[in-house]
Design a protein around this ligand. Structure first.
Ligand code: PLP
Length: 382
């Protein structure tokens, strides 16, 4: 008998009801049943995003939505600022460059806060308003850093640059009031906090963004949001959508709203707190300071002489616990716990227990139970 615990930053575990819902018969995606489904999903997702703007469901992974954000709202030759402090921030800049956009990177070291001052200076210096967009990843899954969107929105102020935000690993898990923060384009994917299988991406657009879109000249076909809008008006998507995923999404969103937005946010906060407390109690160093800590992913710096691949394979083979390693330049330097989607406090206790025992098996000095104790205390504190 073997039980698996998926504690990576996505895909995340899904509730059994969502898995069951995926086992659906097919329907006509140009028929009335699909129209109702699409309208209901769009309305519920607008509540998750806290937006009254436009919102589209794409059959794509999160990267597809990043590409959609660029090709629909920015043109080749235009200048944008890409804020980056991790692998996904770099990906956003690379996608823009692939489409001939002039990218000014404001880069910080991975695991360090964004350079908000440099953004402010760049926007102030842009007197003739040539910067047409700012891209940023809200929750940098590669480092477990949550960037300060409210501050970025404040710094952008009344500069006309569109604020384009990747919330792939945070939307749903933390409060992101898209309209209130003036986020022009916001995107996420199904396989993270929304407790759904991979395959769907979601993108919202403000009226400001929509107006800018009319003047863009970028190449696009599959990701044309103009087409998505035309079809949404008749209750359809331009191309065949991932129907099973959309049926599952209806169940997932029903469960999401049963728990309530605040309930979901608080569950994620508590899990993050427990993992951080446990890491500290085990004498491990966290990559990111508490004030910037992600509520969905925690990166722990590997102690000297510990091999991350060995740790992960011990946790997997001996205890059925899957955690993530580092990405890119942080691979073999950190390991990451994902605590998002259909994960609960007790999953963290299991994950931490597996971590302690695996460290002990690998000869790393730990006091068994000290991480679990700290996590339990953090959870009891609320
Ligand atoms: N952005 C962030 C913050 C992510 O965490 C991920 C995936 O982990 C992506 C973008 C890319 O999403 P996908 O792998 O679904 O294309």
């Amino acid at each position: 008998m073997r039980k698996e615990f998926l504690l990576i930053p996505g895909p995340t575990p899904i509730p059994p009801q969502v898995a069951m819902a995926m086992a659906t018969e097919m329907m006509n995606h140009r028929g009335p049943r699909f129209k109702t489904l699409l309208e209901e999903l769009t309305a519920s997702l607008k509540e998750v995003f806290q937006t009254e703007g436009r919102l589209y469901i794409l059959t794509a992974s999160g990267t597809g939505a990043m590409e959609a954000a660029i090709v629909n709202f920015v043109s080749p030759g235009q200048r944008i600022i890409s804020l980056t402090n991790g692998s996904f921030g770099d990906r956003f800049a690379a996608i823009s460059e692939a489409y001939g956009i002039e990218v000014e990177r404001i880069a910080s070291d991975w695991g360090c806060p964004l350079n908000y001052q440099a953004l402010e200076d760049a926007l102030k210096a842009d007197r003739d308003k040539k910067i047409s967009a700012i891209t940023v990843v809200h929750n940098e899954s590669s480092t477990g850093m949550m960037n300060n969107l409210a501050l970025i929105s404040k710094i952008r102020g009344d500069h006309p640059a569109l604020l384009i935000v990747d919330t792939v690993s945070s939307m749903g898990a933390v409060d992101i009031p898209v309209d209130r923060w003036g986020i022009d384009v916001c995107l996420t994917a199904s396989q993270k906090a929304l407790m759904l299988p991979p395959g769907l991406a979601i993108i919202s657009a403000s009226e400001r963004a929509w107006a800018a879109r009319e003047k863009t000249s970028n190449s696009k076909f599959y990701f044309s949001l103009e087409k998505a809008q035309q079809f949404l008006e008749i209750g359809q998507t331009p191309f065949t959508p991932a129907l099973s995923q959309m049926v599952a999404m209806q169940k997932g969103l029903e469960l999401y709203f049963e728990e309530g937005r605040e309930g979901v946010y608080s569950r994620h906060r508590r899990m993050a707190k427990a993992v951080r407390a446990a890491a500290r109690a085990l004498g491990l160093e966290l990559l990111v300071d508490d004030q910037y800590a992600s509520m969905t992913v925690t990166a722990i710096i590997k102690p000297p002489r510990l091999d991350v691949s060995q740790l992960r394979s011990t946790m997997r083979s001996r205890f059925g616990v899957e955690i993530a390693g580092g990405q890119g330049k942080l691979s073999e330097k950190i390991f990451r716990f994902g605590h998002l989607g259909a994960t609960v406090e007790m999953d963290m206790i299991v994950g931490i227990a597996a971590l302690e025992m695996s460290l002990s098996i690998l000869g790393h000095p730990v006091e068994l139970g000290s991480g679990v104790k700290a996590a339990e205390e953090a959870l009891l504190e609320g």
